[in-house]
Design a protein around this ligand. Structure first.
Ligand code: HAM
Length: 432
């Protein structure tokens, strides 16, 4: 047992795993750019208030899951590690006066989030999200655009069978009456409710609706539905979001119990699930409209919408369905030498190749040529560059490892020769 281990709920991403991560991070950046989202980076920690006010004090994330940083005595501020990116991005929008920029301000971020969750498969204390936010557009077209972007990300990542669950949770005009009606509906059942749900009844009754406790299923199935009590503006907005999704051919399932775990949402709320996994509290992504958040954090009333996609869960799903990519290929070339002691010559040649853009490594140990060549083949290298007696005349041996052929090449032409042969090989031309 090693003395030190990564903290509970965190993981090391090893080089054998990171190729899949790199691929998804690149896809996230490319796709966001294709849709006009620009990168924003906010700090990994913020003033506690940003999240307590923004997400809502009566939410699991704030009540139980915030990583609070122990304040230094000379500081009066208190900070927490970010449990999600939206509140920090909105704080930045207000701080930098982005309301004077062309609206909507469309930004994206991919990075680690921190929640003091009970760790289990797919639930970590440090996890990664691909996040997009469009701030300053009341929708409904942008709602559909953003949901379509989410579904495309999964598709281009190679994950099939992703389902969109959709709901509208109303706004400040229609939700209070609904919350009162819902409270009245559950109240007669108070004593029969599981303890956690009884607590929610007093503090955040909407959360009862998405309880995964089987004891709640019957009661929840008959609960009043927000979508049937939307005010005229919210009903019109919701119908238009659906019409836009239909027009784009984006499938979705209406889920009246979907309320999301953060308090800032208004109107459109959605989650992404792998088909058949809806019951497991394991959404692979989620988001919605948060028309009140900018004002709550000190700005002017500004409508906004976004989503966060959990990369850890996406990668788990890709791995389970065998869609993760294998490790990246080894170096294009490995420089080896007949004189085991001449590490200077090998390092000079490999430096020259790297300067010319060729991915390469040199044998820097002092083993025999045969062993060096074996290691090059094991690495999956395409070429071995062999330094021997010809080096005195400015020449080296270039061996195509898969083809088993070898020729003498002038050092001055080496990089060009490797690139030419490597490109021909990649495009199916085979070694010459
Ligand atoms: P969220 O639903 O709390 O929304 O998180 C988004 C996604 O992050 C989840 O669907 C899940 O895939 C992943 N996730 C959450 N917690 C964990 C965890 N402990 N371990 C692994 N993955 C996790 C938000 O965070 C909102 N900020 C999304 C949003 C953006 N809404 C509007 N804009």
């Amino acid at each position: 047992m090693p003395t030190y281990r990564a903290p509970r709920g965190t993981r090391d991403l090893l080089p054998t795993e990171t190729p899949t991560w790199t691929r998804l991070e690149r896809l996230a950046a490319d796709l966001a750019a294709r849709y006009g989202y620009r990168r924003i980076e906010t700090p990994l920690f913020e003033q506690t208030d940003v999240f307590e006010r923004g997400i809502g004090e009566v939410t699991d994330v704030v009540e139980k899951e915030l990583f609070r940083l122990a304040p230094r005595t000379e500081e009066s501020e208190s900070w927490v590690l970010r449990p999600e990116p939206t509140a920090g991005i909105v704080r930045a929008y207000v701080q930098h006066g982005m309301r004077t920029w062309p609206q909507p301000v469309k930004v994206t971020q991919t990075g680690p989030m921190f929640r003091y969750d009970r760790p289990q498969a797919g639930r970590y204390r440090q996890f990664w999200q691909f996040d997009v936010e469009a701030i300053g557009d009341p929708g409904p077209a942008v709602d559909a655009e953003i949901i379509e972007l989410g579904t495309r990300f999964y598709r281009e990542a190679g994950l099939d069978g992703v389902e969109v669950l959709l709901n509208s949770i109303g706004d400040a005009a229609c939700r209070p009456a609904y919350v009162a009606e819902l409270t009245a509906y559950y109240e007669p059942h108070r004593v029969a409710l599981p303890a956690i749900e009884r607590g929610r009844l007093d503090r955040n009754v909407l959360r009862l609706l998405d309880s995964k406790d089987p004891a709640m299923a019957g009661l929840n199935a008959n609960a009043p539905r927000m979508t049937e009590r939307l005010c005229a503006d919210c009903a019109e907005h919701f119908a238009a979001v659906r019409a836009h999704l239909d027009a784009l051919g984006v499938g979705y399932r209406l889920e009246p119990g979907l309320v999301r775990g953060l308090d800032y949402y208004t109107r459109t709320a959605f989650e992404f699930y792998l088909v058949g996994r809806e019951g497991q509290q394991q959404a692979i992504g989620g988001g919605g409209r948060y028309d009140g958040l900018v004002e709550l954090l000190g700005g002017r009333p500004t409508p906004a919408i976004g989503f966060g996609i959990g990369l850890d869960r996406l990668i788990l799903a890709l791995t389970e369905t065998a869609q993760a990519v294998p490790s990246e290929a080894g170096p294009t070339a490995v420089v080896v030498g007949a004189d085991p002691d001449d590490t200077i010559a090998r390092l000079r040649v490999v430096t020259q190749l790297r300067a010319a853009g060729v991915g390469s490594r040199a044998e820097l140990g002092r083993r025999k040529l045969g062993k060096q060549l074996e290691a090059a083949a094991r690495d999956g290298a395409h070429f071995a560059v062999i330094l021997g007696d010809e080096l005195a005349d400015g020449n080296v041996g270039l061996r195509d490892l898969p083809a088993g052929t070898q020729k003498v090449v002038a050092l001055a032409d080496l990089a060009r020769e490797i690139e030419r042969a490597h490109a021909a090989h990649r495009h199916g031309g085979g070694p010459d």
